[in-house]
Ligand binder design. Structure first.
Ligand code: AHR
Length: 499
């Protein structure tokens, strides 16, 4: 049985736990909005047509900020289409996902939905195919209290209070050839700088996110960040990172170590941002908004994607069904984001409902939790106070994609009256015995210990079997003389709460 030991020093603080780390993402894509969040005919729908069964699950998920309305969708987005009387809103073609957008849910409705879930709105503007003025108009419509044409239009549309959106994305994945209106780093850097400067003239306290690379595999990765930040450094606050992982060709060992790529991604972008900052003799630091991350079976999606003649409303797209192994990776990626809380101060699990999502729905039918729901909701609930950097002694294994990986990964958080430890065991076959020195945290009692694992690492929750995979109590967790011991099953994710 592999053995590991973890030291937790209360002084080894990385940064505060940022609530925005637990953000998510709603795009007008497939059935995320229509029959996901919004389905007026559904038995659980409220007067505004929102499914309250989904609202309940989103609350339980504990997601905080929600990025909206895209994604690739934003590069064809005309925000004006999405507000005002519903019967006057145009139906448009969405080129990004080859489908029709009815605009029956728009900015004001979505903001209303967010009040049901208690979430913060993070809005994206269309930099790709529009320009500075539409971005400023959207800002005025959304945030100006009243007394101007656009703010009064919002009031007349039934939203008297401004939305007061703080975080704004300057487009989406502008480095990707799939993006409508994609650009070179130089072209994008220039337009993003001008858009950001204008938006900050309207409100200097906005928090602006400039597009980074769509993944470490992009040929322009690294140079993109440098060039874009050379143009935008003085005007923006965050650079975005996006990363999706999947198991390739049956190589589960590499897949379970995906967090190493995320770790490298963050370190590289921080280094590049700081390099640009030093060159500019700037005291300002650019942080990371990791505003798309998840497991996504993208290769299979690309292989099966056929663009036909048909344009339909809310087709079933990107409805990945997640396994136990996928949930272990998602839990581990979230641990990695926490470990970088000094510079990753906002993140968005992509996405929230039906589309590569922790929550699934059937039209007219139930809503249920995917396997990936659990590590996210439990971490969001238990992580508080400050993130503590663990010192981990554990065996390592070789991976084809990420080099040497530790069999055990972990992170801890500590608050005044409670602490939590999150762990993964990446071993494919064996349980691991872990000892954790928690004397430094002053903890004396385990209040909760749960593990997500299954003899079948590919077990999934489906419409037919919605609770096939759920976390179970880890009865092996015990604390004596300041040492916590726990057994971690193979391919598992575990959370332990301490008092
Ligand atoms: O989340 C799905 C898509 O992935 C988003 O629209 C895009 O930004 C990314 O490529």
């Amino acid at each position: 049985m592999p053995r590991a030991h973890i030291e937790l020093d209360r002084q080894a603080v990385i940064a505060p736990v940022r609530r925005r780390t637990f953000g998510s993402f709603v795009e007008h894509l497939g059935r995320c909005v229509y029959t996901g969040l919004y389905e007026p005919e559904h038995p659980s729908a409220n007067d505004d047509g929102f499914r309250m069964d989904v609202v309940e699950l989103v609350r339980e998920l504990g997601s905080t900020t929600v990025r909206y309305p895209g994604g690739n969708f934003v590069s064809g987005y005309r925000w004006e289409d999405s507000v005002g009387p519903r019967d006057k809103r145009p139906v448009r073609r969405d080129l990004a996902w080859h489908s029709l957008e009815s605009n029956q849910v728009g900015l004001d409705e979505f903001a209303k939905w967010l009040t049901l879930t208690g979430s913060e709105l993070m809005l994206a503007v269309n930099v790709a195919t529009r320009g500075i003025l539409p971005a400023l108009d959207l800002l005025e419509y959304a945030n100006h209290p009243s007394g101007t044409t656009l703010s009064d239009m919002r009031v007349a549309n039934g939203t008297p209070e401004p939305h007061n959106v703080r975080m704004w994305c300057l487009g989406n994945e502008m480095d990707g050839p799939w993006q409508t209106g994609f650009m070179t780093a130089d072209d994008y850097g220039k337009i993003a700088a001008r858009t950001a400067a204008a938006m900050k003239t309207a409100d200097k306290d906005l928090e602006l996110v400039v597009c980074g690379s769509s993944g470490t595999a992009m040929r322009t990765f690294g140079d993109w960040e440098r060039v874009v930040l050379e143009h935008t450094y003085d005007y923006v606050d965050y650079i975005a990172c996006h990363a999706y992982y999947q198991e390739h060709d049956g190589d589960l060992g590499s897949f379970l170590a995906s967090a190493l790529d995320m770790d490298y991604f963050i370190d590289s972008v921080v280094a590049t941002a700081d390099h640009v900052g030093y060159k500019k003799r700037s005291n300002k630091k650019i942080n990371i908004s990791f505003d798309e991350w998840n497991v996504w079976y993208l290769k299979e999606h690309q292989e099966s994607q056929q663009v036909g003649e048909e344009w339909s409303h809310a087709p079933r797209q990107l409805e990945d069904v997640y396994s136990v192994a996928d949930a272990v990776v998602v839990g581990n990626l979230l641990m990695t984001l926490l470990k970088h809380s000094d510079r990753v101060t906002s993140a968005s699990l992509a996405q929230l409902v039906n589309v590569i999502a922790p929550i699934m729905t059937e039209p007219g039918g139930p809503a249920w939790r995917q396997t990936t729901f659990y590590p996210f909701s439990i971490t969001s609930r238990l992580a508080s106070g400050e993130v503590i950097r663990p010192v981990i002694e554990a065996p390592a294994y070789s991976t084809a994609r990420h080099g040497e990986a530790s069999v055990i990964d972990a992170v801890a958080t500590a608050d005044t009256d409670r602490a939590a430890v999150f762990l993964v065991n990446r071993d494919l076959n064996e349980a691991a015995q872990v000892t954790i020195d928690v004397r430094g945290l002053g903890s004396s009692r385990v209040t909760e210990a749960v593990t997500l694992a299954d003899p079948d690492v590919y077990a999934k929750n489906t419409l037919a079997e919605q609770n096939r995979v759920t976390p179970t109590a880890n009865k092996s967790a015990a604390l004596a003389d300041g040492v916590l011991t726990v057994e971690l099953p193979p391919v598992s994710w575990t959370a332990i709460a301490l008092r």
